[in-house]
Every structure is written in structure tokens, then in C-alpha cells.
Design a protein around this ligand. Sequence first.
Ligand SMILES: Cc1cc2nc3c(=O)[nH]c(=O)nc-3n(C[C@H](O)[C@H](O)[C@H](O)COP(=O)(O)O)c2cc1C
Length: 237
Amino acid sequence: MLTILSNLNNFIICIILNILILFKSELHAITEVKFKNEQYIKANFAICNKIINFALRKIIYMKIFAFAGSNSTSSINKKLVTSVLKSFPDFEQNLIDLNDYEMPIFSVDREKFGFPKEAYQFLENINNCDIIICSLSENNRNFSVAFKNIFDWCSRINPKVFQDRKMFLMTTSPGGYGGGNSMNLAKNIFPAFGGNIVESFSLPKFYENFDESKGITNDALRLELNQKILEFKQSLK
Ligand SMILES: Cc1cc2nc3c(=O)[nH]c(=O)nc-3n(C[C@H](O)[C@H](O)[C@H](O)COP(=O)(O)O)c2cc1C
């Protein structure tokens, strides 16, 4: 997507060029055979339209790869991610479940026999996305085993696990720190693994501050999250 955005200037230049060509052909029409000129104009319009539609489709349907760093079937982090994804209706969304990426516990002995296909698939999800939205859970002031195992396997295939995708990073937990230890850890280490954390948000006391149908119920926290979502979207322009 970044490439497309950076190429947007080129698209605009192309469109301006096409308009200039059309204008030129209009002038030409005064002296040239009319029929030939009309065909030329139509062909230019078709190319212009194709370029505009392609650019718009790419911009409107940016791809989100989303996950909760938990394998719990009732994960509160997945609830938070699901709720935040509602603020991205114009984006293609790929929300995965870590249970579909369960692999043997990583070991340097096991990797000698090759890498599980799930590790490649997880990396492929990242490769195919424009942005990452995730919420990490916290177990014993650390990432969940489920997430850490995927992280370890993936890092052995590609040390730039997150492949420089812009990331909206969240954590939540029932406690007052809202998974702040996982957040601090992620902020410390993700950049070394290709993580480009653009915005971050921790939701404390999940069960007091979140309602599945309403989302975040605490006004100040909801405002903070919405502001960060807005700033994140602006960073994509
Ligand atoms: C073994 C274990 C350790 C935990 N350690 C922490 C912790 O260090 N900090 C915290 O805020 N919550 C901790 N919790 C509570 C989790 O945050 C809570 O279970 C939460 O629901 C996990 O997120 P999830 O529902 O997305 O899996 C722990 C829970 C378990 C089962």
C-alpha cells in the first residue's frame, strides 16, 4: 500500500498527462479527420478510468491483518480487536484465530526438521496486508505462550516478522494495568522484528470498561481510543 500511495503522485501525473493529451487531440480535431479523433478520445478515457478505478480500489480496500495474541476461545483481546475493526469498514479485514496456527513448541532441535506450514501461513498473512491491528494478552507479565510460540517459529524464517507494516498495537486484561507489561515488552522488541508501531492503546479493567455490543463504555478511554484510531488512519494517507 505504501508503494501505491507513493506511486499516487505518478498516477496523478499520468491522469494530468492524459487530460493534456485529450486536450491536444481536441485541438487536433479541428484539422484532423473527426472519426479517428473520437476513437482516440474514447481510448484515452478508458485508460484514464482504469487507472483511477485501480488507484481508488487500492486506497479504499487497504488490507488489515488482525489478531489477538491469545488462544482463548473467549479471549477479551479478540473482543477488543473485533470491536476496533468496526472502525475500519472501508478496509479488507483478515481476522485470524491463533488456534489455527498451533504448532509444536519451538525448539532448535525441531527446526532442524523444517518449519510448520502454519508459520509460513502466518508470515504470508503479514506479507499480504497493508496494516496490522492486534491486541496482546498478558500471562505472568509476558506474552501468551500461544503468541510467543508463533513469534519464535516465524522469527526463524524471517527475522523481520512484522515486515515493516504499520501497526495499531493494543493490550487488555482484567487488571488495572491493562496488559501494560505485554505492551512495554512489545514496544521494546517489535521494532527489532520489523514492527512499525504507529499507535498503541491499553484497556485496563476490561470487564468494567467494555461491553460487547457498545464497545468501550468508559468515556475517557473511548475518546482516547477513537483519537488514536483517527491518528492511525491519518498516518496511512
Ligand atoms: C496463567 C495466567 C497468568 C496471568 N498473568 C497476568 C498478568 O501478568 N497480568 C495481567 O494483567 N493479567 C494476567 N492474567 C489474566 C489475563 O490477562 C486474563 O486471563 C485475560 O483474559 C487474558 O486475555 P485473553 O482473554 O485475551 O486470553 C493471567 C492469566 C493467567 C491464566
